[in-house]
Write a protein that binds this ligand. Structure first.
Ligand code: ADP
Ligand code: MG
Length: 152
């Protein structure tokens, strides 16, 4: 486990960007983002997408559950899921329904479907320390993010 402190939104995005760069060549990696509303999950996700090579602006997919992005060369996919509204669906969530094929998958509010999440994942928790200060902890559970957590 590793904790990084960010003292501005730009710094949180930068940490996401570095994470995206480190993970972009993995065929499949699932990143779970935990933290309260306004903690900075979407800010971090924007950075991850940029690191993967996505040029489009990544916005919160709150009303669509999932949005898929592709790099201009067509080689890499970035999936952004927001499961905030999914707790009412109970056990009816199937990640594979949303995520077809390879890529970096980022999930906000993953604990709404805790039992249905993949065993191997990168768990990122964002704690609000102060107005602009966030502690971002990264823990690789299983494969394939250990190197990225060490390197960041
Ligand atoms: P979430 O997706 O967790 O609800 P967002 O990324 O959408 O959070 O919003 C985070 C909010 O907190 C933004 O308004 C942003 O400007 C503010 N903020 C202040 N400091 C930080 C920081 N260090 N990192 C991320 N966001 C920050
Ligand atoms: Mg969000």
């Amino acid at each position: 486990m590793k904790t990084k402190r960010a003292t501005s939104p730009a710094e949180t995005e930068r940490i996401g960007y570095e994470l995206g760069l480190l993970l972009k060549d993995e065929p499949h990696v699932v990143i779970l983002l935990q933290g309260d509303l306004g903690a900075g999950k979407t800010t971090l996700a924007k950075g991850i997408a940029r690191g993967v090579g996505i040029k489009e602006i990544v916005n919160s997919p709150t009303f669509v559950i999932m949005k898929r992005y592709v790099t201009p060369d067509g080689f890499r996919y970035f999936y952004h899921l927001d499961l905030y509204r999914l707790d009412s669906l109970g056990g009816d969530f199937d990640l594979e329904e949303y995520v077809e094929g390879d890529g970096v998958v980022v999930i906000e509010w993953p604990m709404n479907v805790e039992e249905l999440l993949p065993r191997d994942h990168l768990l990122v928790k964002i704690d609000v320390v102060g107005d602009d200060v966030r502690d971002i902890s990264l823990e690789c559970v299983g494969y394939p993010c250990k190197r990225a957590v060490e390197a960041i």
